[in-house]
Design a protein around this ligand. Sequence first.
Ligand SMILES: [Cu+2]
Length: 463
Amino acid sequence: MLSRRHFLAGTLAVGAASQVRAQTSHTAPTVLRIERRDIEVNGKPASVLGIRHPDGTFGITTDVGKPFRVRVENHIEEPSLIHWHGLTPPWRQDGVPDVSGPAIPPGGNAEYDFPLRVGGTYWMHSHYGFQEQLLLSAPLIIRDGGEKSGEQDIILELADFSFTPPEKIFADLQTRRPPKMDMPGMAMAAMKSKPDLNDVRYDAFLANGRTLADPEVTKVEPGGRVRVRIVNSSSMSAYHIDLGELDGTLVAVDGIPVLPVHGRTFPIAVAQRLDIELQIPKTAAAYPVLAVLEGERRQTGIVLLAGEGHAGRISGMADAVSPPLTLSLERSLRAVEPLADRKADRTLVINLTGAMQGYQWSLNNVAWNKDVPPLSVVEGERVELVLANQTMMPHPMHLHGHSFQIVSIDGVRFACAVRDTVLVPPKTTVIVAFDADNPGWWAFHCHLLYHQHAGMFATLRYD
Ligand SMILES: [Cu+2]
């Protein structure tokens, strides 16, 4: 059971707001409203969800050292709860229904108040039902003063969109039959080494809510420097960021600094973030920043417009089919501040299990339900999670409440990036290490929305 100390440290005031106010009530909280909203995609209207300030703006940009003092109001007809992805709050404020606490009922609200100790590019999204697929998410940026002076900050939030309701998408995935195969086809399938990608056929890919038919155009200074904070809010889709003729420098992954890596293309899995610094040429021109869907030609993106002129038309299709994401960049990443060198006190093997047939997804062959016991660790331990993907699909695995370091890929030890979401490609084993320094009850799951719902979800608990 949880000790009273931990409960008090992590009080989330659903129906007990006065208790929190008594502790910290110097300034009014930032209000965020969960609302239904109408958007237009491919020229057709769609009703989606959103989390916005009362003035209609999205997202939070704040500063390290300030408290995260927020009131979330639920203005939709169903329960909801918002998870602060990548932050390490007291566990009661983590926003996972029935794990951290109850969902917010229609008309209700919840208050959050915890210190922001580190900066970076984070995001917020609903952890309730399929609401994330209905675009109930927004960027959450914590500036840490380390941004270079004069650097322009630009957010690029990626999302996949379907006119089909997510409940129907999920039901269709569960009942989808594998294609009928003759004998040579079956032999081919048995031999194939290509991963299964893109379970869901989306109607559009959005960058800051828009497609390339009418992209967001942001003015930048010719010769200036820009930091693009890329958030992959997609429910199921991974991309290759394509900077075109711009030279980029990757400086952080999942909000956490890495030694700089120069390049023009960078992979981003579901729920990951990339901070990329760009040097804008002195030549006045339109510079697209694109995201190409893995394994396909479909793309989305924004346009950086240096000087006068206009953006011109950008195709929604890349010139060539992009490859599946790999860990080749991941292997080369090095955290600016790695974990202290230390042997693991505890190693937990977590097999990523399941199959497309019947859409069965699980961890260690157990599909999540509320009776599944949590993984158990002890406060103060160095823990290693051995993530062994036994399936033919890539799974972006996310641990709540902690950052972890990638320390091994397919048996080779490294000290790679510190982050909160790691891609585990098919038939690949990745080991991540973290320090058990944030007691509570935490979610750990595949961040592909429909995999998570099928049961690729577990919890981790310690006092
Ligand atoms: Cu998965």
